[in-house]
Write a protein that binds this ligand. Structure first.
Ligand code: 5GP
Ligand code: ZN
Length: 116
């Protein structure tokens, strides 16, 4: 595994800091965002450290996106949202604050649910 010792998400992968895991396999981890914009807000990350979409290799992109529908369906079952946004920020100017590639899965519950 390629890790960056200063990266908060690499620390989560190595279990040096705790997280509420939603899904895990050999290549991908999903866990609840510490700051829930809506109930069930989840981050999906590759286990290798890559900064953003521009640095994410094709194989890891496939590994990650191949499990996203399964994770989204799990969130639907657990939280019963009426919709879901999938968001990915790349670069500081695009709003990225943690520089380990991640996608946000944001369950939606209707107007006034806190997002959008
Ligand atoms: P970005 O702004 O880079 O797209 O999203 C980074 C996300 O990581 C934010 O939504 C933030 O709440 C989340 N985050 C930052 N630090 C931690 C942490 O230590 N644990 C968890 N679970 N989420 C974190
Ligand atoms: Zn990392």
């Amino acid at each position: 595994m390629v890790h960056d010792s200063n990266c908060i998400f690499c620390k989560i992968i190595k279990e040096e800091i705790p997280s509420a895991k939603v899904y895990e396999d050999d290549h991908v981890l999903a866990f609840l965002d510490i700051s829930q914009v809506t109930k069930g807000h989840t981050l999906v990350i590759p286990k290798n450290h890559h900064k953003d979409i521009f640095e994410l290799p094709s194989l890891e992109t496939s590994q990650l996106f191949s499990v996203v529908p399964k994770i989204a369906k799990g969130l639907k079952k657990a939280y019963q949202p009426i919709g879901l946004n999938m968001v990915n920020n790349n670069g500081e100017d695009a709003g990225q604050t943690v520089f380990h590639y991640h996608i946000h899965l944001i369950p939606r519950y209707g107007k006034g649910d806190g997002y959008g």
